[in-house]
Design a protein. Structure first.
Length: 392
């Protein structure tokens, strides 16, 4: 055999040497507040399962019932084989939940971005994009072939400067994450919406980490700021707080109609499966019935953050239940995470290039799935390891 794939082996060896090779844990249990890894039960602070819906009994039951009625697979893309009433119902209910004119679902949040951005702008157009936007936004921007102008993170003055400085354009689009997942900070969407209005630019927000978390009962960032009708496109995910898998775009009817005609992952990739759609529909039911899970998520997040600060940890600038525990250098963060694992707590170390050099951290994902005892146990483990490693 020739050596035509040798370069990949070299690249992988390089990653391993630099400590950047992803080692993925195998979970032998449902994704929940606790998970089983290598035969041990650990407290889980890694998942985006904010509301504990990933293993909720009502979602399990709704899924089984739907499979008996509709089977499993969607058969083909929706424009060719037709669309199931289940998906239409999910979209109708999501639009109602989010108080938007309309909603369309995709296979994931990632594909929702790949569908939406190239459907709205193309060659000769300009996108103003927060410098810390998610990889799926960056890829959607590249696919669109529009010019991308990055503005400083959450900096509305810089956004304005960049808009003023960009005089050649066809159509224009502003895109920001709603919640930035590595720091837990929230985009100043009210101020960005003012700028979008002033310059008459289409505004899109990707609310993946705000969906089911921010706003009244988890209705998202638009609800959080009371911006109903002022944000043209809201991208979201059903894979995080909703506990399942899928993406959504809600907003103006005309944009949703356009995505059914021109969103490439809608036209060329099959729909969410029946179990996905049925489980998401049950998530919407649960969220519409009560704010209990969202309230518990915030109570857990706030308690964890406050007690970590009392212990002397630096928890950065979070405004959400995401709590970054700032440690500095990547080897320390990795060691901290390994020690926590031994102490029964699964919490991920995050380093360069996901966050800047020297800003390595443990990212703690709080969840309504955690009990008061769980939090107590996690805080004890953080205190022990923090003292042992000289962090506090
Ligand atoms: C997680 C995430 C996505 C991707 O969502 P999936 O449904 O997992 O594909 C997209 N955008 C942002 C901002 C995210 O955090």
């Amino acid at each position: 055999m020739s050596n035509r794939t040798d370069w990949i082996e070299k690249e992988i060896a390089g990653l391993k040497e630099a400590g950047l090779f992803n080692v993925i844990r195998t979970i032998d249990s449902p994704m929940d507040g606790h998970v089983t890894i290598d035969g041990r039960s650990l407290l889980n602070f890694c998942a985006n399962n904010y509301l504990g819906l990933a293993n909720h009994p009502r979602l399990r039951a709704a899924t089984k019932k739907a499979v008996d009625q509709y089977g499993v697979g969607p058969g083909a893309v929706r424009t060719i084989a037709g669309t199931m009433s289940l998906h239409i119902e999910l979209e109708r209910r999501l639009a109602e939940f989010k108080q938007a004119e309309a909603c369309i679902t995709f296979q994931s949040g990632f594909t929702a971005n790949l569908a939406t951005i190239p459907a709205l702008v193309g060659k000769g157009d300009v996108i103003f994009s927060d410098e810390l936007n998610h990889a799926s936004i960056i890829d959607g921007c590249r696919l669109s072939r529009a010019k991308v102008v990055r503005y400083a993170h959450n900096d509305v003055d810089d956004l304005r400067r960049q808009i003023e400085a960009t005089t050649e354009y066809g159509r224009r689009l502003i895109i920001t994450d709603g919640v930035f997942s590595m720091d837990g900070d929230i985009a100043p969407l009210d101020k960005i919406a003012d700028i979008a209005n002033e310059y008459d630019i289409v505004l899109m927000v990707d609310d993946a980490h705000g969906e089911g978390v921010l706003g009244n009962g988890g209705r998202g960032i638009v609800d959080h700021f009371g911006l109903h009708g002022r944000v043209d496109v809201e991208v979201g995910t059903l894979s995080k707080a909703f506990g399942v898998m899928g993406g959504l775009v809600s907003g103006k009817q005309v944009i949703v109609d356009w995505l059914r005609q021109r969103g490439r992952p809608f036209l060329f990739s099959s729909a969410m499966t029946v179990p996905d759609a049925a489980a998401c529909l049950e998530s919407v039911n649960i969220l519409q019935e009560s704010t209990e899970l969202v309230d518990k998520l915030w109570a857990n997040g706030n308690r964890f953050k406050k007690e970590m600060q009392n212990l002397g940890f630096d928890t950065g600038f979070t405004q959400t239940p995401i709590v970054p525990v700032m440690l500095g250098e990547a080897p320390l963060a990795q060691k901290f995470s390994r020690r926590l694992f031994e102490e029964g707590v699964f919490a991920m170390a995050i380093g360069f290039p996901t966050v800047p050099r020297g800003k390595a951290r443990i990212r703690v994902m709080n969840s309504a799935a955690h009990s008061a005892d769980d939090l107590e146990q996690a805080l004890d483990a953080f205190a022990r390891v923090g003292k042992e490693l000289g962090v506090i």
